[in-house]
Design a protein around this ligand. Structure first.
Ligand SMILES: NC(=O)c1ccc[n+]([C@@H]2O[C@H](COP(=O)([O-])OP(=O)(O)OC[C@H]3O[C@@H](n4cnc5c(N)ncnc54)[C@H](O)[C@@H]3O)[C@@H](O)[C@H]2O)c1
Length: 302
């Protein structure tokens, strides 16, 4: 398959690129390197540096492509930055998605896989959210991802919309909003104290990045339209994250400090992945503790 991966220089996109190359696909990456890094892009992929929110630039840089599929992972992916600059979030997450859909039609792509979000689209979840549950995005990021979903649904293209839980794994940046695993690992390595906001009981559903890349491959291979949660359905508290890291690394060198909870932070966010399993195309394979082990082995920290 000839596949374009937008955001392929980022954390998740770079793993998708590797999974596609491993099965023999011809891969082009479109990324503006705003949070991504060209060193994340496998040498066998063709990297084009382009801002997807600029329609003219897309035609100029990507107009020569004949494609079988697009995986659209490029995004302003930070909730915090989307609150600080909602116009940028809208430009990239809504306008950029419209541009990439337009490109898909011009380039002849017959399958479109869209990275939406599970964590930011359902809001607070008492039990792990199903795809049919009401959508209550709070942040501009969540709202714009939902608008992106609607554009994909209206495009007429054969599509899969993925709603991932909290993704973790190698190459996730600890200096951005990152994700608590990447942030804690970076602070552990730098021998800095770990800061836990609230009492550490806030729970998330953590899914390993290679499981997510497998879901993308599976979504490319199936035909029907739909949206699927990509998570584990297992809740892990922040305190349990610290304990899992402690199992491999020993006690945090500079200790743990509990700080006041941050405004607007969800207590519980979790997705129920059973629809993807029922539809026979994906289920998670890596438990949280095993995933932390894989991550630390890769980072040579364990
Ligand atoms: N990381 C998670 O926990 C998580 C959870 C749910 C959904 N997602 C979604 O997965 C996708 C990948 O997220 P990630 O965690 O790898 O983030 P990331 O920031 O590492 O990756 C995003 C990539 O998009 C690129 N990009 C940003 N704006 C761009 C633009 N205007 N034009 C071209 N490229 C642009 C960045 O340079 C980066 O390489 C995003 O769509 C995100 O919303 C991530």
């Amino acid at each position: 398959m000839r596949v374009l991966v937008t955001g392929g220089a980022g954390f998740v996109g770079s793993h998708v690129v590797e999974a596609l190359l491993a099965r023999g696909d011809e891969v082009t990456v479109a990324d503006d390197l705003s949070t991504g890094d060209r060193r994340n892009v496998a040498a066998a992929a063709d990297l084009r540096v382009v801002d997807i929110s600029d329609g003219d630039a897309i035609v100029r840089e990507l107009g020569d492509l004949d494609l079988d599929a697009i995986v659209h992972a490029a995004a302003e992916a930070s909730v915090v930055r989307s609150v600080a600059d909602p116009a940028r979030s809208e430009r990239v997450n809504v306008g950029g998605t419209a541009n990439v859909l337009e490109l898909a039609k011009r380039a002849g792509a017959s399958r479109f896989v869209f990275f939406s979000t599970g964590g930011a689209i359902y809001g607070e979840t008492a039990v792990c959210a199903k795809e049919t549950d009401p959508l209550r995005p709070v942040s501009p990021y969540g709202k714009h991802k939902l608008e992106g979903e609607k554009l994909v649904q209206l495009s007429g293209l054969s599509h899969a919309i993925l709603r991932p839980a909290n993704i973790y794994g190698p190459r996730q940046r600890g200096d951005l909003e990152g994700g608590v695993v990447a942030i804690f690992m970076q602070r552990w390595r730098a021998r800095q104290e770990l800061v836990v906001f609230g009492d550490g009981s806030a729970e998330r559903d953590y899914v390993y990045v290679e499981d997510v890349a497998r879901a993308v491959v599976a979504a490319l291979e199936r035909a029907g339209n739909g949206n699927w949660n990509i998570g584990t359905g297992v809740l892990t508290s922040v305190n349990a994250v610290v304990n899992a890291l402690r199992q491999y690394l020993g006690p945090p060198p500079a200790g743990v400090r509990f700080a006041p909870p941050r405004a607007g932070e969800l207590q519980r966010a979790c997705v129920d992945p059973s629809k993807a399993a029922r539809d026979g195309f994906w289920r998670p394979t890596v438990s949280f503790v095993a995933g932390i082990g894989l991550l630390l082995a890769e980072a040579k920290l364990g």
